[in-house]
Design a protein around this ligand. Sequence first.
Ligand SMILES: [Zn+2]
Length: 103
Amino acid sequence: MVASTKKLGPAGRYGARYGSLARKQVATVERVQRAKHACNQCGAHAVRRVGTGIWRCRKCGDEFAGGAYVPQTGAGRGAQKALRGINDKLVRGAAEAAEETGA
Ligand SMILES: [Zn+2]
């Protein structure tokens, strides 16, 4: 374990290199990336990052794709919303087609 640094936390490993802003930005991302997050399946605060974009709940074992450094991103939420809209349309279309054929 490296000596703890107050301000830079996980970016302390870079010493004096790369400039203070870059190190602060890395530290901000890495703190979130390594934190435990809430699980959408069981609600436990046990979701951890497995690899880039891969997250797993240590409580219920649920594994899902998310953001590279956070479990859910704004872009991901937008995509999910769009997919839900398409799915609803498909379900409605299938129901109407069934009505037309009298099935
Ligand atoms: Zn869970």
